[in-house]
Write a protein that binds this ligand. Structure first.
Ligand SMILES: [Zn+2]
Length: 182
C-alpha cells in the first residue's frame, strides 16, 4: 500500500486573488462537512492542513471507504503540484498545441523564478508566443504550477463535489486534477 494523493490546481488564479479564493473554498468545504475549519500542524502528510470533516465521504466516489484518511492542504501561494511516479513525456502549448516531446523538462528551468514571483515565460517554437509556466499543458497532468489548489492525502477518489465547489468559487478558470501515488 502506498500513499495516495489527489490535487486540484487552478492555473488561472492570480497570486493576488489566490488567498481570497482559498478562503472561500475552505469556507464552502467546511460548510459541507468535508473538512474541519482549523489548520492543524502535520495534518496533511506532514504539512499543516485541515482534517477530514464529518461528511468527508460525500466528496469521494466510494461511500464504503473504510481506510484511513489524512488531511487536506489548502494552497494559496505559488506552488509546484507534481504527479509523482513516471516520467513526464511532453508539455503542450495552450495556444497552438505545439509539443515539447521530448524536451519538456526545459520549461522547468523557469520554475525557481516563477516561485519567486517572476512571469516565467518560455517562447513556443510553434506560435512564437511567450507562454507562462502555469499555462503549459502536461502529459497526464504530471505537473501544474498554480497559486491556488487543494491537496488531498489518502482520500478516496474524489467525485464531483469538490470540483463543483471549486467551480462555484473560481468560475471558468482552468482546473487541473491529478491522482497520484508515492
Ligand atoms: Zn504555441
Amino acid at each position: 500500500m502506498g500513499t495516495y494523493f489527489q490535487w486540484i490546481a487552478d492555473v488561472d488564479a492570480t497570486t493576488e486573488e489566490a488567498p481570497q479564493l482559498a478562503a472561500a473554498l475552505t469556507q464552502q468545504l467546511v460548510r459541507r462537512g468535508i473538512i474541519l475549519r482549523d489548520i492543524v500542524d502535520g495534518a496533511a502528510y506532514g504539512d499543516p492542513g485541515h482534517e477530514p470533516g464529518p461528511r468527508f465521504l460525500d466528496a469521494g466516489k466510494d461511500p464504503g471507504w473504510a481506510r484511513g484518511v489524512d488531511g487536506v492542504r489548502v494552497i494559496s501561494t505559488r506552488e509546484a503540484f507534481w504527479g509523482a511516479q513516471g516520467d513526464c513525456d511532453w508539455a503542450e502549448c495552450p495556444r497552438c498545441s505545439h509539443r515539447f516531446d521530448p524536451g519538456a523538462e526545459r520549461l522547468l528551468d523557469s520554475l525557481d523564478g516563477w516561485i519567486a514571483g517572476e512571469p516565467a515565460t518560455s517562447s513556443c517554437p510553434g506560435c512564437l508566443d511567450d507562454v507562462a509556466l502555469p499555462q503549459w499543458r502536461w502529459y497526464e497532468n504530471c505537473f501544474a504550477f498554480a497559486s491556488l489548489g487543494l491537496w488531498f492525502w489518502q482520500w478516496p477518489e474524489l467525485g464531483p463535489l469538490v470540483t463543483d465547489v471549486f467551480r462555484e468559487v473560481v468560475g471558468s478558470h482552468r482546473l487541473v486534477y491529478r491522482y497520484g501515488k508515492l
